[in-house]
Design a protein around this ligand. Structure first.
Ligand SMILES: CC(=O)[C@@H](O)[C@H](O)COP(=O)(O)O
Ligand SMILES: NCC(=O)COP(=O)(O)O
Length: 259
């Protein structure tokens, strides 16, 4: 079964635009959970453009009380700064069920690439070990849109050698290909990478720019996806249909997936 973790970053974007309390991130997360979402994701960024450290703590408390997964995303190599204690420090305090490591640079508009495991693998290893000591499942953001006949076998071996539990396949390029009406070659690549990673003992998550339009085809083609984290499209669609209806529509897609 594929679980749905709703990313509520965009609720915080709206809240921060007026510097007040509304819309309330915890209330939005509660509405998603009430509709049946299996977990909540946030990706606090060092510039605190949306989710802040206090949101992380409030959402950790909510998800703990509700007995659902809290997935905290971030770059473990980004240095602390005022208002952002660093990803590891946040995990130490919030103890998320899952920590998803993402190699984002400071100026990035949003996440747009996975780790280079040849370069980053050795540095990731002790961080993964520390996060697992904290009780977190560890997932690593990974590219899957390249040619699977090239270096991916080595790359997956290197990812597995970090000790991580899962890879989160970066689905932005798939979403673009889907929108252009040319998803099939991309889906074949993602499916091949997923199978290789699963053979190496890594579970598969997926995320970025997934939507009600492109999710079903993805799950039908890519085997045994354990979790999707969805934010931008889901929150945008909820402006028209409401969070409750929108989350239920995603759950219906997950329920109907055959991949
Ligand atoms: C790792 C990932 O794909 C998501 O966290 C995505 O980057 C959302 O982050 P923003 O909401 O800051 O764009
Ligand atoms: N890990 C992906 C995520 O949390 C949400 O990405 P998006 O749906 O906001 O693009």
């Amino acid at each position: 079964m594929t679980v749905l973790s709703v990313n509520v970053n965009k609720i915080a974007v709206l809240r921060n635009s007026r510097g007040e309390r509304e819309p309330d991130v915890v209330r939005a997360a509660q509405a998603c959970l009430d509709a049946g979402a299996h977990g909540i994701t946030v990706h606090p960024r060092p510039d605190a453009r949306h989710i802040r450290a206090d949101d992380v703590h409030a959402l950790a408390a909510l998800t703990r009380a509700r007995g659902v997964e809290f997935n905290l995303e971030g770059n473990p190599f980004a240095p602390p700064r005022p208002g952002y204690p660093g990803f590891l420090a946040l995990c130490e305090l919030a103890r998320p069920a899952q920590a998803t490591l993402v190699p984002d640079g400071d100026g990035q508009l949003t996440s747009d690439h996975g780790f280079d495991f040849a370069r980053d693998g050795a540095a990731l290893r002790p961080l993964v070990a520390r996060l697992k000591e904290l009780g977190c499942r560890v997932s690593l953001f990974a590219d899957a849109h390249g040619d699977p006949t090239l270096d991916h076998e080595r790359s997956i071996e290197r990812a597995a050698a970090t000790g991580a539990d899962r890879l989160e396949l970066y689905t932005g390029p798939y979403a673009e290909a889907f929108a252009a009406g040319n998803a099939e070659p991309m889906l074949a690549r993602f499916a091949a990478i997923a199978r290789r990673a699963q053979a190496a003992g890594l579970g598969i998550n997926a995320g970025h720019d997934l939507s009600q339009h492109n999710l079903g085809a993805f799950l039908a083609a890519v085997p045994a996806v354990l979790e999707v984290s969805i934010g931008h499209a889901l929150i945008s669609e909820a402006l028209y249909a409401g969070l409750d209806q929108t989350v239920r529509r995603y759950l219906a897609i997950l329920g109907g997936a055959t991949g």
